[in-house]
Design a binder for this molecule. Structure first.
Ligand SMILES: O=P(O)(O)OC[C@H]1O[C@H](O[C@H]2O[C@H](CO)[C@@H](O)[C@H](O)[C@H]2O)[C@H](O)[C@@H](O)[C@@H]1O
Length: 293
């Protein structure tokens, strides 16, 4: 649990050789690509403020987008921070684990909150957490607009102390819940998760029925996202068939995802293979047009 493992998940995913990812794709499908940020597009850093999505990855995503593939980001980061990390890319974002949803490419700064948040209460919770952390040197409290995260990556031995602080703090606050992640515990409003966020985004982004969602993520909070794209617990109202997409876990731990790659480097190789598929597919389309003319 301390490093983000969840013992209740015991399925073993299939390894995708990332450079051969295009072999899993088919030109008849409409791909919707959902991406997590930390541990997927960005490597981990000790301080959350230091992490970046490499410019080469942003360029790659921009190229994939230019081929008409629908892209969206689903992250635990706040919306403001996600926008900043993704700049200059403009795309739909589900932030704060699905609380803040923004359709930036569809309409200018069109944002919604999935549940209402008591900001005053959050301030009290934050203060209490900071107070409880005083005896410890190695915690990092990440102050976010609608949640508060307690990081113990600097000293993983503090995992249990971090958990105790968070669980004790939450005892008197019924509208908040605890999410675990890699070397982090986070207090977030109840009623938000990445699976529901993906389905909300998909419904808005949908341009045809032949949807094939792919979600790439690395952490426990991404598990419900894998279940959602693989169509294992619901159908979208306007969708006659259950979704049958692809969950890809970054890392070889047990997961609900059907597939995995090993690390963020392999994510970029996989995305390059996806781009090659798009390029080849558009080139084939152009060839067809040329022959018809
Ligand atoms: O859903 P994600 O995009 O993966 O965001 C989840 C959390 O990511 C960040 O924390 C993680 O990355 C940090 C920077 O590399 C690292 O120090 C920490 O140990 C990781 O848990 C972010 O700080 C959180 O706000 C996000 O919820």
């Amino acid at each position: 649990m301390t490093s983000g493992r969840n013992p209740s998940i015991n399925r073993r995913p299939i390894y995708i050789l990332p450079k051969n990812f295009a072999e899993y794709l088919c030109p008849q499908q409409n791909y919707y690509l959902f991406l997590d940020i930390d541990g997927t597009l960005a490597d981990f850093t000790l301080n959350p403020k230091d992490s970046v999505i490499p410019t080469s990855t942003l360029t790659l995503l921009q190229k994939i987008q230019s081929h008409g593939v629908k892209l969206a980001v689903v992250t635990g980061r706040s919306l403001a921070e996600a926008r900043q990390m993704l700049s200059p890319l403009v795309l739909p974002i589900a932030a704060t684990h699905g609380l803040e949803i923004a359709f930036d490419d569809i309409s200018d700064h069109n944002e919604t909150h999935v549940v209402s948040v008591d900001i005053m209460e959050l301030a009290v919770i934050r203060k209490s957490i900071i107070q409880s952390c005083i005896p410890f040197d190695d915690f990092t409290v990440e102050d976010k607009p609608y949640s508060v995260a307690l990081h113990f990556r600097k000293n993983p031995v503090l995992a249990d102390a971090a958990y105790t602080i968070m669980i004790e703090t939450l005892k008197t606050y019924a509208n908040w819940t605890l999410k675990s992640g890699k070397y982090v515990w986070e207090v977030v409003p109840k009623g938000v998760d990445k699976g529901s966020a993906i389905l909300t985004l998909l419904k808005r982004m949908q341009s045809s029925n032949n949807m094939f969602p792919i979600f790439i993520g690395d952490d426990i909070t991404d598990e419900v996202g894998f279940v959602a794209v693989q169509g294992e617990n619901q159908i979208i109202a306007s969708q006659p068939q259950p979704l049958k997409g692809m969950g890809i876990k970054v890392g070889s731990e047990a997961t609900h995802a059907n597939y995995y790659v090993r690390n963020t480097h392999e994510v970029t190789i996989l995305l390059n293979s996806f781009l090659s598929f798009c390029q080849e597919h558009s080139m084939l389309a152009k060839e067809t047009v040329r022959h018809v003319i």
